[in-house]
Design a protein around this ligand. Sequence first.
Ligand code: GLP
Length: 242
Amino acid sequence: MNILTFPTDAELNEAGAGIITGLVQTKPNAVLGLATGSTPIGIYREIIRTFRKGMVSYKQVTTFNLDEYVGLEPSHPQSYANYMREHLFDHIDASPDRLHIPNGAAADPAAECARYDALLDGCGQIDLQLLGLGHNGHIGFNEPDHSLVRGTHVVALREQTREANARFFDSIDGVPTHAITMGVGTILKAKTILLVVKGADKAEIVHRALTGEITTEIPASLLQTHPHLVVLLDAEAGRLFR
Ligand code: GLP
């Protein structure tokens, strides 16, 4: 596990984007696992900046997003499909047919999960999985539980998660109750995992997840078992590691 703490947001974003663009420069057909939430926005911004400088092309890259809300059409402003277009996909030269996000509006969510897993299997292995961290230790939308699911599945969101994400909606009533998420087994199969955590409100949970007991009650704690885990922290989130 390689834990790096950065004094400024700009330096963290540059480092995160550097790891991703470096991979794509050396492996143009890389398979990337992508994340949403407020945490990776700065990294995506930096990726766009280096793309505009002509330093890297994403034409052959395949991407798989971690998760999507059940019940939101891809065109919904708060869907993760819309988030990805807005914060990354519309600004780089990626090939739309290679960009995968679970379809939250699928009539049969269980069938959608199976379709997504088949796509993932067809791509072999994710080269790099980008991850944020939920306040309760969730990764993707894998919520704390007495057991975790290996593959893509439908999950009921915890109240705490809905409250945390309500800031993106008009009110908490608008936050979907369920999501489709890649499973922890799929996440752990990635060759490299890049966990990014920002903010004082996550200092305790990231410290517990990476130094405490490995338990399904803190899904991110399973990342301790991964052989190639890189963790980028801002000064506030990294407070307890000093
Ligand atoms: C959501 C996403 C996660 C993300 C988490 C933290 O629940 N499904 O993938 O890591 O939010 O989001 P933020 O970065 O906004 O704190």
